[in-house]
Design a binder for this molecule. Structure first.
Ligand code: SF4
Length: 358
């Protein structure tokens, strides 16, 4: 099969938040009681955090929120779609700036949802202020079967991974954590949820509102969503990381142009070829899952065929590559690793947004 004969439609992850709606006016920044930066460890959410700090938002108000898409962040969990390093990268970011990091997940993560049979979707968990795991049981909904990969579509009802593992998990944690239930109608709690989408990434994102009421907005709790880097070109994102000498997520060091899930359903042939090269056991696990389900991520071909269409040309020719791959596949980044003495633009910079994001 010749590469040119195949018409791929590489899409990046989209959802319907803010599409085409006018932006709301945010409160003055100092009126927010909490500022929650939702971060997968990708450059855009890191840029959001650094921008907030440069704007003078007090650290005591900022929290990093991270959704563990492979489920509970324990040693025993089955690593399925995510970069193993992401949680420790976000934790290192929190440690470096002395910010709390809050983790949330759905039981079993995306893999659990994928394998769901005649049952409700998994319970949601978050870690409370004392480090205790809090379970939010799923009691509503229909018993149903998934056993199909998320569709490579902008429609969240069929591309269920983002909704199930990230958006809904975030909402349930925010709607239940006692620290965010202290407002009243007369004295609402003001919460700002910050995410790093940028208009340059896609035509759908170009139509996102910069600010809007968040889905968790209530009369006792003003929850506003803000995308502060929505109009930033990629160059400006790298510049702010450089200014603060922040090591980019290791995904960028090894040539990926985006972070989010390592095995994102939107990965291009080059990215699948790189995953097969860097993480053969993980690639094989996904190949086996396609066979087990008798369903492929890409309706046109299976993962092996797709990886065969890709190349490794964007992999950096650097003696440090082996160490970077090891770091990306580890859970070992610390705050000492995070602030570098000599900052370099990573190989994944300016590679476009194809292949996923969040
Ligand atoms: S990064 Fe890709 S695979 Fe992961 S939740 Fe988003 S769309 Fe799904």
């Amino acid at each position: 099969m010749h590469m040119q004969q195949l018409a791929f439609e590489w899409e990046i992850e989209e959802d319907a938040r803010g599409l085409g709606r006018p932006s709301i006016d945010l409160l003055p920044l100092d009126q927010y009681h909490k500022v929650l930066v939702s971060s997968s460890g990708g450059k855009d959410s890191v840029a959001c955090l650094l921008h907030l700090l440069e704007l003078g938002v007090p650290r005591e108000k900022i929290e990093l929120w991270h959704q563990c898409v492979d489920g509970a962040p324990t040693q025993e969990r089955v690593e399925f779609l995510d970069w193993p390093v992401s949680e420790s990268y976000v934790q290192a970011l929190g440690d470096a700036f002395d910010l709390p990091v809050r983790y949330q997940w759905r039981d079993g993560g995306i893999r659990g949802e994928l394998l769901r049979k005649d049952s409700l979707t998994g319970d949601v968990y978050y870690v409370d202020d004392d480090g205790k795991m809090v379970q939010l049981p799923t009691t509503k909904g229909k018993l149903s079967t998934r056993r199909k990969w998320p569709a490579m579509s902008a429609d969240l009802s069929v591309r269920w991974c983002s909704a199930s593992a990230k958006i809904d998990v975030f909402k349930r944690a925010l709607n239940n954590h006692p620290a965010f239930q202290i407002g009243t109608k007369d004295q609402p709690q003001n919460i700002l949820v910050v995410t790093g989408e940028r208009r340059e990434e896609s035509s759908a994102r170009a139509r996102y509102a910069e600010a809007e009421d968040h889905a968790c907005h209530t009369r006792a709790r003003n929850v506003h969503a803000w995308r502060p880097v929505i109009d930033w070109p990629e160059r400006r994102v790298w510049e702010i990381l450089e200014r603060h000498r922040i090591l980019p997520h290791p995904a960028y060091l090894v040539g990926f142009g985006r972070t989010s899930c390592l095995g994102c359903i939107f990965s291009t042939p080059d990215l699948w070829a790189m995953i097969r090269e860097f993480a053969p056991a993980r690639f094989e696990r996904l190949v086996q899952m396609e066979r087990q389900l008798d369903h492929t991520i890409d309706a046109k071909m299976d993962l092996t065929a797709k990886a065969n269409l890709g190349s490794l040309k964007r992999v950096p020719n650097d003696v440090r590559l082996g160490r970077w791959i090891e770091t990306a596949m580890s859970r070992n980044v610390t705050k000492q690793d995070l602030i570098v003495s000599r900052w370099e633009l990573p190989a994944g910079a300016f590679r476009g947004a194809a292949g996923g994001s969040m």
